[in-house]
Design a protein around this ligand. Sequence first.
Ligand SMILES: Nc1ncnc2c1ncn2[C@@H]1O[C@H](COP(=O)(O)OP(=O)(O)OP(=O)(O)O)[C@@H](O)[C@H]1O
Length: 736
Amino acid sequence: MATAKIKIAARLRPRLGGELVDDSVKVEHPSNETGESSSSGSSGSIISVTNPRDPTQVFKFPFSSCYDQSATQEEIFQNDVQPMIDVVYSGVTVTIFAYGVTSSGKTHTMQGTKSDPGVIPRVIRAMFDKKSTIHEHKVSLLVSYMEIYKDEVYDLLVTRENAPKLPVRENDAGMVFVANLTSEPISSIEEFDVIYNRATKHRSVGSTNLNHASSRSHAVLTIEVRMSDPVADRSLIGKINLVDLAGSENNKLTGNDASRMAESSAINKSLSVLGQVVHALNQGASRIPYRNSKLTRILQDALGGSSVGLLICNLAPGIKFRQDTLNTLNFAVRTKNVENKPVINERDNRPAPKPHFAALAMQPPAPKPAPAIVQAISTSGSSSSVGPIRSRSSLVPVSRVPRVSSYGAGGNGYQPFALPGGAAGRRVFNEKIKEEDSGDRSGSLGLGMTEKEIDERISKAVEMEVARRLEERERAREREEEERRAKEREVDLQRPSSHAKPKSPKKEQSLPSGVLTPLLKRHRDLDDELKNRLQELERKFERGNKEVQLADVLSPVSKKKTGRAYVALARAHSEKGDLQVALDLYRKAESYVPDNVKLKERIIEIEWAVKNDREFVPSPKPPRKAKGKKKSKLAKEPQVTEDDAAMDVDDEAPKHGHPRGRTAEFGTERTNTGASSPTKGKRRLDANQEDEDSAETPPKRQRRAGKGKAIVIESSDEEEWVPPAPSKKSKRAMAE
Ligand SMILES: Nc1ncnc2c1ncn2[C@@H]1O[C@H](COP(=O)(O)OP(=O)(O)OP(=O)(O)O)[C@@H](O)[C@H]1O
């Protein structure tokens, strides 16, 4: 199947009033034969940025289209967007997204102004122009518009008061869609304008120091074209997703207040996941973290999926934004290597014979690869014969009726990013949709079932599956137990009679009744306990698995930071007495710093306290009692509490030296000792202590921590470890 790389266009916006003039970011065009530099958007252009650390050095970023301050909206549209319209009309999904730091001109590029319209109004005009040239098919256009605000999806076509948070779902073919998003038919540009202007007012916009009308959400406008061929009884569905991302924000510059900060953090987080997704795709990772944010989940098809992509990188000029410009350009460089496998989205509308229910489990035929036109606009030009499009199998049993968009059914369950694919497998569903049209089932997903019913079915299926697996495991465990008992019996029988224990079969038979009852009860109790443990293990595994998957994609430094954050939270809960919550948080921390021995010890201690319903008091380590020279040597060492040791999750700190400045982030907080330690009531979380520990000899370690801790684990009554008084003999030896 043909592949198409995401095309990149970079656009440097003009200086705004009050911005300083400098040349730190420039667009350079190649010169033609007459020595004049060619126009914006011509191939061979580069963006050059001076190195913030060394002004003599310049970073150069070549992209297929680079637009300078003088570039017009029309130029960008003609060069990069117009060719996509034919792709959409060939039944392929196209995604165009504007990316860049706040105030870099994303909204200006995508939306523009009345006097200087941007990509969106131009696309609409081009879509209607193209429509008017098609006579052999019945063509209809539909619009849907959503925003992702603080990681929740809202429909912009309904008023905000009526707009619930919309769930993001995945159909059986692995395509992601936003459930219950409305889509309205549009028959003219004027009609679109009315809908769009009304919807744009619903979008979350706020003022920051950098942009008085800053987008606080990611907005996705989708125009869908449905072309039905009445002769062949099939239809093609093309889509164009126009995405105006919110800009990444440096909060030192934005001057955001608390509520803006919350928005900003959601924006930055989703953009950071976007970066991780692109990185993982470039690395060929087995797991791409699409699910870590709604934005990436919704853009899944555009990133490594089956749509054709164009990324417009918006850049703000000047030194003030230079670091952001470099970040944006680095993101663009990585995105340019992402390969998609575009497919034609075709439907067969012929009615199918009533199927046997087993046919519902049938895999839909592989979608057709995209036509040559996609190749023409692809910058990669690479093509390979890899298998059918990426499609993940559903977790739900195959007999479940797959969900499809309510094509022609009033908009519920509309799939802006889904490619429902081929023909025969879908006939069944089309028929069901028709059946549903005649009935009145509001909230139905086009299958004669309401969403609630489908959800119930899913949870039932999942419950049954879990019950089945547990039962299977239980049976396997019983079998093992039975085998073990049989072996034991065999060994007993083979034992020579001289060594025979009183537990001979004869004796067992002669056991008085009543003796067995408590034994059987105990066996049942053990059985129950085992079952509980199994369930707990299963829960732990699932929980751990999620964290481990997340930890997989983080850098070592981020892992440690996350681990520390969890430890700090856990400690706060432990101090409040929320031991179960604290325990969960410590376990989460462990997923990020799995090798931290002290953390493991802490987990064991709290597990013990929770299990035995005891209070958990992280006791301070008693001051060391030493005499003579030894005492003065020890007195110089910083006193570290037991609690410190367990919290220490940073193992990268230097072996010697003092707490570093950065440890203040998670590394300093009040001790509960009030001891006159050199940390003056602050607790260190750096690695010095751990390193010192590991340098100690085993007996010394045992004396210092192991022995005291072991007592705490074994018995909560003996929390303090007091060194034993030296014997007379050792006193004599010391005196000598
Ligand atoms: N090419 C351009 N020509 C003229 N003005 C521009 C251009 N690009 C951006 N601007 C102006 O710069 C300001 C910021 O642009 P815009 O709101 O589009 O940024 P943004 O990247 O969408 O910001 P945010 O992420 O905060 O929403 C606006 O006043 C806009 O009119």
